[in-house]
Write a protein of this length. Structure first.
Length: 154
């Protein structure tokens, strides 16, 4: 099977780490708050660096926890998510490449994984997270982006 071009540690959309109203584009303007309004905190302005700590994390099939720490290092971007009672208070490591989008107004990070896929990932222990662990996590998530083999044509 050909190797995946997906880098699990790279942010797919680095602009998600900066403020903005519609996909963090500088040309977007905030919606007129007169209709319906929004009771949450204002989203940061376009281009403003954002700390994602404290944001909720939403898998494709439900909430998984709250971001405890982040890293936007080149080729090492990741989120550490405190799962609370969901996985008995454990923390999980999600590579930045799993982030589908960030909703700054709602303070929610959406990832393109199911709760079960996240639960089945290699367990996170910050005290023993060596190079081998990082490689296992990277491979676990990157493998899911490989294309399925083409159907056998006869």
């Amino acid at each position: 099977m050909p190797p995946s071009s997906f880098n699990p540690w790279a942010w797919r959309d680095p602009s998600a780490l900066t403020g903005g109203y519609t996909q963090a584009t500088p040309s977007a303007t905030p919606a007129d708050g007169k209709e319906g309004g929004h009771d949450g905190p204002d989203a940061p302005g376009p281009g403003t660096p954002v700390d994602l700590v404290g944001y909720q994390v939403q898998a494709s099939d439900g909430r998984i926890g709250t971001i405890d720490e982040t890293s936007d290092e080149a080729d090492a971007g990741h989120l550490v998510v405190d799962t609370g009672p969901w996985i008995f208070g454990q923390k999980v490591l999600l590579p930045a490449g799993t982030v589908a989008r960030v909703d700054h107004q709602e303070r929610v990070v959406h990832v393109d994984r199911t709760r079960q896929e996240i639960k089945d990932a290699p367990a996170f222990d910050p005290d023993s997270a060596d190079q081998e662990y990082w490689e296992r996590v990277g491979t676990y998530y990157a493998d899911s982006y490989l294309s399925p083999p083409a159907a056998d044509r006869r």
